[in-house]
Design a protein around this ligand. Structure first.
Ligand code: FAD
Ligand code: SF4
Length: 515
């Protein structure tokens, strides 16, 4: 048999026109892909997430076959074949008597190690190619980061805008400012958001139908629901989602970016992250579509700049951080947080309406928008002192869009401050009053967001003050914490002791799952 070159397509790299497939030789190359049981059982992954990945992979396989390339594809129910990446790759190398493996830069250190080990054991060469889906390369980030005392998103973002000529006029930011975040913090009036634009829906074809049945059969005990599955699973469907967002939601995206409302999981958010992270959608297309909307007077600058900053700025920045910070990043625990993540993160069974709403929505859609992740579930975990690695595992398991390169910097860094301030300049903390300002959750909750002590005290408010007391010393070096610490110091010793004791009760009740 002729020695083959294996083009390994990982499950989140479903890019049709990639450095890997461009110029592939139909005679000597074989594209290899696998649905690996061990990968999908490493954590209790949400059924919807598994279904989305498998459906997108199978549609990708068909496209590649149609282009004339051979695809060796392993299904999740091929039980007699290896189920973990390293063993499967070794087996596949032997099967094809491969001379070389090529892969796009994996977005997961663990997978990278498994691939390297399989190739080194088989004594064949491994070529890791640049993943051209991203706007900036890893070298670009490293060069930008080298020699800087602080890695601040804002400066990275400005450099990318200049280098790619995004929202510029005569080399300066359009409108005169780089950032319009101060216009992007509105909440809804008591009438709520009113009628929201309908969500795009995609009918289920036979490929996806088979996937849904397979997931129900093979992962019956995994969390989440598959009913009403309507997610984009191909590049053209992802592109339709983008078009729909630009036309119908982008104009209000900025203003209500941080707002939350009962029973409204999506509001004006784009829901593009899962498609982007599977590489079904090109990030620069999303950026240019938003920019065009501004230039055609179809969306205001605060919305367009805000959206572009998320994709061109944050998304590229966190990927750079993941590789820059190295393999141990996920183990950081700067605040020495050791509590187990409470059971209600999985069940939604809690009296706290903000958590109940957010977790129920995640159970249904495997989705929550940014401010729910940061200021509801993330905030609870941080104030409570949950182990950041457990929070990251929960996040990886429950969200459609979670992959290590993007989840870890957001959970360990931005949300839990476990990296000691590499991603965030200060811990994102607030009391229940923030939730009350930005949502109507508190109006439906038995707890009172204004109270830190007493039977109906809001657990967030109690734990907010307790957090400041527990970490006062390490936070007092941070200028940006001065205001919050000054407010703490205005509370007398008696009040502080009462909060400490109430926080102990909250933790005790959370441990017993009776909060
Ligand atoms: P929109 O609100 O419409 O934003 C537009 C796009 O900007 C998103 O689709 C996304 O691609 C990008 N984006 C915005 N913020 C970020 C960010 N901080 N990092 C990276 N990209 C960003 N995003 C993920 O894609 N995967 C994750 O695993 C993930 N984990 C997160 C964990 C926590 C604790 C927090 C606070 C944020 C996390 N984010 C993650 C970022 C962000 O919350 C999601 O990208 C966003 O909520 C996805 O919904 P959307 O597509 O409707 O986003
Ligand atoms: Fe959440 Fe506290 Fe508001 Fe209840 S009162 S919804 S627990 S912030």
């Amino acid at each position: 048999m002729m020695a083959r070159r294996l083009l390994l397509v990982l499950q989140d790299q479903l890019l049709r026109d990639s450095n890997l497939l461009r110029g592939a030789d139909a005679e000597s190359d074989v594209v290899v892909m696998a649905e690996l049981g061990a990968e999908h059982r490493r954590l209790p992954f949400h059924k919807r997430r598994i279904a989305l990945i498998l459906a997108a992979m199978r549609h990708f396989r068909e496209d590649v076959r149609d282009s004339g390339l051979e695809v060796d594809y392993q299904h999740i129910d091929d039980d007699d074949r290896p189920q973990d990446l390293r063993s499967w790759l070794q087996h596949t190398i032997e099967k094809h008597e491969a001379s070389e493996v090529r892969v796009l830069q994996p977005g997961d250190h663990r997978q990278q190690t498994a691939i390297e080990e399989a190739c080194s054991e088989a004594a064949i060469s491994l070529k890791t190619l640049k993943d051209g889906h991203f706007i900036s390369s890893l070298d670009y980030f490293r060069e930008w980061a080298s020699g800087r005392k602080r890695l601040t998103l804002e400066y990275f973002y400005r450099q990318l805008r200049r280098d790619h000529d995004v929202l510029l006029h005569d080399d300066e930011p359009v409108g005169g400012d780089w950032n319009y975040d101060d216009q992007n913090r509105e909440s809804f009036s008591s009438d709520g958001p009113g009628l929201l634009p309908a969500q795009p829906q995609f009918p289920i074809d036979t490929i996806t139908e088979e996937v849904l049945a397979t997931v129900e059969e093979h992962f019956p005990d995994h969390p989440g629901a598959l009913d009403d599955f309507d997610l984009p699973v191909t590049p053209s469907q992802a592109s339709e989602t983008l078009t729909d967002f630009i036309a119908n939601r982008l104009p209000s995206f900025g203003t209500y970016q941080d707002a939350m409302w009962m029973d409204e999981p999506f509001l004006y958010h784009s829901r593009l992250s899962a498609s982007l992270n599977l590489h079904l959608l090109d990030p620069m297309d999303s950026v240019r579509s938003a920019e065009n909307a501004y230039r055609n007077n179809a969306a205001p600058l605060n919305a367009v700049e805000g959206f572009i900053r998320q994709i061109l700025g944050w998304r590229e920045f966190v990927r750079g951080i993941y590789f820059y910070a190295g393999e141990e990043y996920g183990e950081h625990n700067a605040l020495d947080a050791r509590e187990d993540l409470p059971e209600f993160f999985w069940t939604a069974e809690t009296e706290m309406i903000c958590i109940r709403q957010t977790v129920s929505q995640i159970q249904q859609h495997a989705y929550a928008h940014h401010i729910q992740r940061l200021m509801v579930t993330g905030l609870f975990s941080l104030l409570y002192g949950a182990d950041p690695a457990q929070f990251d595992d929960w996040h990886m398991a429950m969200y459609l869009d979670a992959w290590p390169w993007v989840s870890a910097p957001n959970t360990i860094g931005m949300s839990q401050y476990a990296d000691g301030g590499l991603v965030a300049t200060k811990p994102y903390i607030a009391s229940g009053k923030y939730m009350n300002r930005m949502s109507n959750y508190c109006q439906h909750c038995p707890y009172d967001p204004d109270k830190a002590t007493g039977d109906d005290a809001c657990p967030f408010t109690t734990m907010y003050w307790d957090f400041l007391m527990r970490h006062e010393e390490e936070l007092s070096d941070n200028r940006r914490m001065n205001f919050q610490l000054a407010n703490l110091r205005r509370k007398d010793a008696q009040k502080q002791n009462a909060i400490r004791s109430q926080a102990e009760t909250v933790r005790d009740r959370a441990r017993r799952n009776s909060l």
